[in-house]
Design a protein around this ligand. Structure first.
Ligand SMILES: Cc1cc2nc3c(=O)[nH]c(=O)nc-3n(C[C@H](O)[C@H](O)[C@H](O)COP(=O)(O)OP(=O)(O)OC[C@H]3O[C@@H](n4cnc5c(N)ncnc54)[C@H](O)[C@@H]3O)c2cc1C
Length: 470
């Protein structure tokens, strides 16, 4: 049965399009965190949507499950093929074309396997901005980004990935192609299927291309690094910047001193932009399409006021683009740098922004009591209430001993997140990692509706089975 399936796939795909075990599948089979490992039947790499559709139809005929994979940077095990039934890994890495940039409708149409950076570069070459910024953008693909409804640094201004989606082209579980690409900003003709597929993590359809809304390129920008005494002070700064900068505020990132310490262990040449030894820091980025210097002047004026008020302890305004990039490099190195502190237990949570200071005041001492010496490295997109609540092992504790406490620490963290009306999966999705927590914590009516949608679109549970609600 497997042999005849693979023979049929071979007839559909060209030579580079099918990798069987022994053909170098490794880079598709391991994932970024090294937490899960695929055992794929094979890897299919279609070069266009008709071949993609033929592959999915072949899987449907043989009842072979399919796991879509983009850049394989997902952090919840969504793109691994490790189910009970042997699964086909379906990589979009040969479908990378930018099909068109439409200046009149301010949008672009891109294939699912195109990386975020390549799509953004093509938009910029045509004079436009693709409004999404992720540290993983060199590898993460448009398909993966839409399938996970990725967030990122600029969500506070532009929203999550779904906000830029005007239409998608997708292959359904039986191999039919839905031609839903569209530049329309207004289309209320029936249910919004494109938005249903966004965030579905490969469980409802395979995305093959998307039409994405673009914005004007920035003409002026101001970036600042601030030292603040507490998350409450950071919130005060956020409120003031939002009020004065309005739409121009594009990122507001909270960074603890612990994260800077980890980054300096990884990159000894990295310097903190401010001398202050504050426990908390904030990275602010703002820009607008209007030319001039007014934004920098406005930011400076507000920061001076906040300094006089005591909300800001110290501040550095980037003088050059290179300096702004260096500030961001510090921020974007945190995930990698945390590995210098040994193993960690991570939570991608969101909370109503106003709850964050008291949430941290409640939970951080509790964690110290639970695991003395634990090193919380809590950072992220404070502007939209999304924290990477990462806990590094105590220096004098064995890695295995710390990881053995994961379930207990998850209970502690998620119980308090849910009690405050937050989410246990803010931007990385559910995948395998948070499937049980979704089942435990979602509204039962919503969960049942999700299961019915899955059943309607994928009755044989062939698309990424075992993930999300499958
Ligand atoms: C250093 C680093 C920083 C990150 N920063 C952020 C961040 O700021 N914000 C954020 O939201 N995430 C972030 N992530 C997580 C990750 O980059 C995103 O989830 C990203 O959207 C995944 O894209 P990908 O192409 O790598 O998808 P993959 O990892 O390949 O797949 C992710 C999921 O999407 C599905 N999928 C992939 N392609 C398709 C397709 N064509 N059709 C249907 N389903 C598909 C897969 O089956 C899987 O369930 C970060 C990751 C790393 C490693």
């Amino acid at each position: 049965m497997t042999a005849s399936f693979l023979d049929q796939l071979e007839a559909v795909l060209d030579k580079p399009g099918l990798l069987r075990p022994g053909d170098g599948l490794e880079r598709y089979e391991s994932e970024w965190r090294g937490r899960y490992r695929s055992r794929a039947l094979a890897v299919a790499r279609p070069q266009d949507v008709s071949v993609l559709a033929a592959v999915v139809a072949c899987c449907a005929r043989h009842q072979i499950p399919v796991v879509a994979q983009g850049g394989n940077t997902g952090l919840v095990g969504g793109a691994v093929a490790c189910g009970e039934r042997r699964e086909l890994l379906l990589s979009l890495d040969r479908m990378t074309a930018v099909r068109a940039v439409d200046a009149h409708s301010a949008c672009m149409t891109v294939e699912a396997g195109c990386t975020l950076h390549n799509a953004a570069r093509a938009a910029a070459e045509a004079g436009w901005r693709l409004p999404l910024a992720l540290a993983s953008g060199g590898s993460a693909t448009i398909g993966g980004i839409l399938a996970t409804n990725a967030g990122g640094n600029e969500t506070i201004r532009f929203g999550n990935a779904r906000a830029m989606v005007l239409g998608v082209e997708a292959v359904l579980a039986d191999g039919q192609v839905w031609h839903g690409l569209s530049p329309l900003r207004k289309d209320n003709a029936g249910y919004d299927l494109a938005q249903l597929l966004v965030g579905s993590e490969g469980t409802l359809a395979i995305l093959s291309a998307a039409t994405l809304a673009l914005r004007p390129l920035p003409a002026q920008r101001a970036v600042a690094w601030l030292a603040v005494s507490s998350p409450a002070a950071a919130l005060k700064v956020l409120g003031e910047l939002r009020r004065v900068l309005d739409e121009s505020l594009s990122a507001f990132e909270l960074i603890p001193a612990q994260a800077i310490e980890f980054v300096q262990q990884l990159l000894p040449e990295a310097t903190c932009p401010v001398a202050s030894d504050s426990a908390w820091h904030v990275l602010v980025d703002c820009d607008c399409a209007r030319p001039g210097e007014s934004l920098r002047e406005t930011l400076l004026m507000v920061l001076e006021r906040l300094y006089a008020d005591g909300a800001v302890n110290d501040a550095a305004l980037a003088e050059t683009e290179a300096q702004a990039n260096a500030f961001w490099r510090l921020r974007e190195s945190i995930s990698d740098a945390q590995k210098t502190g040994g193993v960690s237990i991570k939570h991608d949570i969101s909370l109503p922004v106003a709850e964050i200071p008291s949430f941290l005041d409640e939970l951080l001492p509790m964690l110290q009591r639970q695991v003395p010496g634990i090193r919380p490295c809590v950072f992220g997109h404070l502007g939209d209430g999304n924290l990477h609540f990462n806990l590094s092992q105590p220096p004098d504790m064995a890695a295995d001993g710390f990881l053995a406490r994961e379930a207990e620490l998850n209970e502690l963290v998620f119980a308090r997140v849910l009690a405050r009306g937050g989410s246990i999966a803010a931007e990385h999705g559910i995948g395998l990692l948070r499937r049980d927590w979704l089942a435990r914590s979602a509204d039962p009516v919503a969960l049942e509706a999700m299961r019915r949608i899955k059943q309607a679109l994928d009755p044989n549970n062939l698309l990424n089975p075992g993930k999300v609600v499958g």
